[in-house]
Design a protein around this ligand. Structure first.
Ligand code: ADP
Ligand code: MG
Length: 647
């Protein structure tokens, strides 16, 4: 509406970046690379692209802006399209994996850093772009760090390309240094004091702690103002929201509270709700992952409740692979979180950890992802880009050499690299899929075994958030329906089975609802599938079905995961073949509650809950397949009852 447009235009003018527009454009004109630092909420992400566009840069090519997070790319593109009064996907668009919302008209493109990285595979000089903004560089995501090196090399080849690196924090000096002492532009901040309250004793249960703190603020604080709670992920966010709601219901006379979750897997229309102001007289509480630390700004927050934790993908040497681990945040993150309370006025931050923990147990800054995760996908990508010597690639903070070596070893197991570390044909074909190496390997194994039609469905289903719904109060009903879909020996085949039934139903949303399946997720899986099929066809691969020969499909699954295998020890109880560490079937697995357990299984991922390592998405396999498909990995000793051993 006109009124809304007017208020948006007004709001743009009040952003701290607004007064700096001309200065910023001058620095950009005079320098090829600039680092821009500004508090979260100062307008970097939404305004810089528009300023460059208004200045005419978009006549020479698109203005690209990378984000480490998908949610942020989508949300910000929406906002900027609204500010420019254009339809999303036209002048302003976004691209995230499996979702391209741009067209020939697009001049401002928000995308994940992974997308730009992949684009550099087919267009090494990124000719389509006149400017690239590497936003949220302080997040130091794996892809951002690789892009740093790529863009540094590209800058010398393309003197007309403008590169802007933005950061919300201290690391700016390091970025400027890395690109050759480029100028740093600081947007003056405008923040209010935030009083910080630490917990007096160690908080045993941060969910319970957060719930109590929120209720206390809501019931006692006379001052209006919204609450932002930092949790770690979908699970604890949902529990927190439900518990707050149910406790509040039992209280008489409490004022209304609007409880809104935000995490990356949440449907995008629900994500957008956090930006809407609460109705008059209602307080809003947003329960978020660290996405609200710097990527998204919720206006009106006066109280922050900080659990002190986040989930990080971390290479875990004990289990020999990446796992999502619950980790204490860094001091830098803690300060960022507290700062969210002081944007529009003085605020308060309640930390659910002691002052001692803050000063003695937290690291000063986050460890860059590149130093803590498996690099398989990145190594494959860099090899495809022709970077042969990874140990000398210009990384800002080089990953530990043993991580590179381990990732190369993993790619060698999968057949993507040869003994000399060179990309094989198979590896080249794997790199054309925007998937983790094991999943691309699964597609290619499906090709070899004549079942890629089925395999590409499984991979698509694995590429979308969980499609199972368990509505509160109807969990048993949902579980009973789910049970009917189960293929006893495999969660992967269960996913395949569900997709086939979905297609059989004519891909109907009602069918999904009736069967407690997320219809958007299913639709998404179908979309991902058709994109992967296109990529397969581009490679001259024919899509072939094996009918219902489950065993052949299980073997293709095994080809992707033979290095993620486990052997049964007791009911639900396994030993990881690579690391000899105990791990468990997840209770939701098709293999759980069968009454017996297959001797050998492979798994999609391990999830560590703090007490146990659970295998997620499991398939029973024959031991001779492990030996056959991973000959470098296993040798089979005295028949299939004995242990498979590493060579
Ligand atoms: P920065 O990148 O410097 O952190 P942003 O450009 O993201 O700042 O945000 C500037 C302002 O725009 C903030 O006040 C924020 O609340 C508002 N904003 C950003 N995205 C949205 C959105 N999707 N809906 C409503 N307001 C938004
Ligand atoms: Mg931003």
């Amino acid at each position: 509406s006109e009124e809304r447009q007017h208020s948006i235009a007004q709001q743009r003018k009040t952003l701290p970046i607004y007064g700096m527009k001309n200065d910023i454009l001058r620095v950009v004109r005079e320098n090829q690379i600039v680092v821009i630092v500004g508090e979260t909420g100062s307008g970097k992400t939404t305004q810089l692209t528009q300023y460059l566009h208004e200045e005419g840069y978009s006549k020479r090519g698109m203005i690209g802006c990378t984000q480490p997070r998908r949610v942020a790319a989508v949300s910000v593109a929406n906002r900027v399209a609204e500010e420019m009064q254009v339809e999303l996907g036209k002048e302003v668009g976004y691209a995230i994996r499996f979702e391209d919302f741009t067209c020939e008209k697009t001049v401002i493109k928000y995308m994940t850093d992974g997308i730009l990285l992949r684009e550099s595979l087919s267009d090494p000089d990124l000719e389509k772009y006149s400017c690239i903004i590497m936003d949220e560089a302080h997040e130091r995501s794996l892809n951002t760090d690789v892009l740093f090196g790529i863009l540094k090399q590209l800058a010398s080849r393309r003197s007309d390309l403008k590169i802007i690196v933005t950061s919300a924090t201290l690391e700016s000096e390091k970025f400027a240094e890395f690109f050759g002492r480029v100028p740093i532009f600081r947007i003056p901040g405008r923040t209010y004091p935030v009083d910080i309250f630490h917990s007096k004793s160690v908080v045993e249960d941060y969910v319970e702690g957060a719930v109590r703190q929120v209720l206390q603020i809501h019931l006692q604080a006379a001052i209006p103002g919204d609450i932002l709670v930092f949790m770690t992920g979908q699970e604890d966010i949902e529990v927190t929201c439900e518990t707050i709601a149910s406790r509040l219901e039992k209280l008489e006379g409490a004022k209304p509270l609007l409880i809104l979750p935000i995490y990356s897997q949440l449907a995008s229309d629900l994500q957008a709700r956090i930006f809407e102001p609460a109705p008059e007289g209602t307080r809003k509480v947003v329960v978020a992952t660290n996405i609200a630390e710097t990527s998204l700004t919720v206006d009106g927050v006066k109280y922050v409740v900080d659990s002190g934790f986040c989930k990080l993908k971390t290479y875990n040497p004990r289990i020999g692979m990446d796992a999502l681990l619950l980790c204490p945040i860094s001091q830098a993150s803690a300060s960022q979180r507290a700062g969210r309370a002081g944007r529009t006025g003085p605020g308060r931050c309640y930390r659910l950890y002691t002052e001692y923990a803050f000063s003695h147990e937290m690291l000063p800054a986050n460890v860059p992802e590149i130093q803590r995760t498996n690099l398989g996908h990145v190594v494959l990508l860099l090899k495809s880009l022709g970077v042969s010597d990874l140990l000398h690639f210009p990384f800002m903070d080089p990953p530990p050499p043993e991580n590179i070596v381990k990732s190369m070893l993993g790619l060698w197991f999968l057949g993507a690299l040869d003994g000399g570390g060179r990309l094989t044909d198979l590896g080249k074909r794997m790199s054309s899929f925007p998937l983790d190496p094991p999943l691309s390997a699964m597609i290619l194994a499906g090709q070899r075994f004549g079942c890629n039609d089925e395999v590409v469905t499984i991979v698509s289903m694995l590429s979308v958030p969980s499609i199972f719904i368990r509505p509160p109060g109807r969990e048993e009903e949902a579980d009973a329906v789910r049970e009917k879909f189960l293929v006893p020996e495999s969660d992967h085949l269960t996913l395949l089975h569900i997709f086939q039934r979905y297609r059989g139903s004519g891909c109907r949303a009602e069918w999904c609802n009736k069967h407690f399946l997320n219809s958007k997720g299913m639709r998404k899986a179908a979309e991902v599938r058709s994109q992967l099929v296109d990529l397969m066809k581009e490679q001259g691969m024919e899509v072939v079905s094996c009918g219902l020969k489950w065993d052949i499909i299980r073997k293709a699954i095994c080809a992707a995961y033979f290095h993620q295998a486990a052997r049964m020890k007791g009911i639900g109880d396994y030993v990881n073949l690579r690391t000899s560490v105990q791990c468990y079937l997840h209770p939701s697995s098709a293999l759980a509650g069968l009454g017996y357990n297959p001797e050998y299984v492979v798994y999609h991922e391990l999830v560590y809950t703090g007490t146990k390592e659970y295998m997620h998405c499991v398939t029973a396999v024959e031991p001779q397949w492990l030996a056959e498909l991973g000959p470098m990995f296993f040798t089979l000793k005295e028949g299939n009852t004995s242990r498979l051993e590493k060579q």
